[in-house]
Design a protein around this ligand. Structure first.
Ligand SMILES: Nc1ncnc2c1ncn2[C@@H]1O[C@H](COP(=O)(O)OP(=O)(O)OP(=O)(O)O)[C@@H](O)[C@H]1O
Ligand SMILES: [Mg+2]
Length: 382
């Protein structure tokens, strides 16, 4: 059972089909991508504890995979104590969706390097944290994703409004925010790290880092392997492994690392395949989706191999409307080494991710060039 039916869920469902599994998926709207490839679907608000409990118990699946953050985690904890496997585990889902919990665990408990930060519940508290953190800083709500509620604050005069705007975008009732120093980023990495069952023990493995670029707050382009130096890679992999071993369970995590000068910092982590990791569908012999499904089933995943330098580039909508159409797909597909994945979302709005270009090349530079070119050709209209 997959809680969330977006493009990542769709790829997981396809991998599950290849393993002969029966699949039920859930999302808050009908016709979501994974619903096109599942045996059964439920359209439910997954933050509703009773609703979620009822449908999970009705299905009583061998494993429940959380694909989105907006899920009631008490329900996950309850079904876990019923004996249903939650992937990677209910506590990891709870911690990773909450920036305060995540910071406490990564920075305070494990001592991983992060941006300088503090927690605040009012504009006054933000200002007093900024005495240490400095300006500009970013405030982020306790719970949100895809950059919702991130506000850049340049001076004390902007704090009052910034705090209000951030809280307005928060998920749930929390009035707390994390205040972080604003970094000048050199680059960002995703360290896909997974735990699989190997006989009586569980192995934790990291994959070759993926590098990505985000001109705004959301991901636009990723490439694999990364082009950062070995020292940065090793530091990043070591941090990811420590974090994932602490979280435990079975499954893949996307650990986000920010690089700024000689600082290699833990940012956050997703207890699931990562959007920047869609590139592994062409860069590796075993994709992040197949890894997650195999881990969930208690199957081994020894050493996936890089098969080609590769890149991904998102296809975004630029307007709002039902039944989107895709123009110039044939032109994009005439570029050798380019694949087009359209998610089949029934409705689009500005900046919504509707598809992704996957490209291979003799180098990541060539793959990136092709992915960029192909994504610029395709238009989403209605
Ligand atoms: N302190 C910071 N300084 C500079 N840039 C930052 C900082 N924190 C975050 N960013 C940028 O914003 C992006 C999104 O931040 P973050 O991952 O914390 O938020 P998110 O809402 O969980 O986003 P997503 O769900 O897309 O991963 C980062 O990948 C990075 O590019
Ligand atoms: Mg992030």
């Amino acid at each position: 059972m997959i809680l969330g039916s977006g493009e990542l869920g769709k790829e997981m469902a396809l991998e599950a089909h290849r393993m002969g599994l029966e699949i039920a998926v859930v999302d808050r709207y009908d016709m979501a991508p994974a619903m096109h490839v599942a045996h059964r679907k439920y359209v439910v608000d997954m933050t509703n504890q009773r609703a979620l409990l009822s449908i999970i118990r009705r299905e009583w699946p061998d494993a429940v995979i959380a694909e989105v953050e907006a899920i009631n985690t008490e329900a996950l904890q309850e079904v876990e104590s019923d004996g249903i496997r939650v992937v990677p585990n209910a506590d990891a889902v709870r911690v990773c969706m909450n920036r305060l919990e995540l910071r406490k665990l990564a920075a305070e408990e494990l001592g991983l390097p992060t941006t300088n930060f503090g927690f605040a519940e009012s504009p006054e508290e933000v200002k007093s944290i900024c005495v240490d953190v400095g300006y500009p800083c970013i405030i982020k709500p306790e719970m949100s994703s895809s950059g919702h509620g991130h506000v850049l604050i340049r001076s004390p005069a902007e704090v009052e409004k910034g705090f209000k705007d951030s809280i307005a975008e928060a998920r749930g009732k929390s009035k707390r925010v994390v205040v972080e120093e604003f970094l000048k980023l050199d680059t960002e990495l995703t360290i896909l790290t997974y735990r699989y069952s190997s006989g009586a023990t569980v192995e934790t493995k990291t994959l070759e880092p993926i590098e990505h670029k985000r001109p705004g707050y959301y991901y636009v382009e990723s490439w694999h392997p990364s082009t950062v130096g070995d020292e940065v890679k090793e530091k990043a992999k070591e941090m990811a492994k420590r974090f994932v071993e602490r979280m435990g369970g079975l499954g893949i995590y996307g650990v986000e690392i920010m690089v700024s000068g000689d600082r290699v910092l833990f940012n956050e982590a997703a207890p699931r395949p990562h959007d920047t990791g869609m590139v592994t569908m062409v860069s590796q012999d075993v994709s992040e989706f197949q890894i997650h499904v195999r881990c969930a089933l208690g199957l081994p995943v020894p050493e996936p191999k890089l098969v080609s330098p590769a890149a991904s580039h998102v296809i975004l909508a630029e307007s709002e409307g039902w039944a989107p159409k895709y123009v110039n797909v044939e032109k994009a597909l005439s570029i050798p080494g380019v694949q087009v994945r359209l998610f089949g979302k029934p409705f689009m709005y500005e900046h919504r991710r509707m598809g992704v270009i996957l490209a291979t090349g003799i180098s990541v530079e060539e793959a990136r060039r092709k992915a960029r070119e192909a994504s610029a050709i395709i238009q989403v209209v209605h």
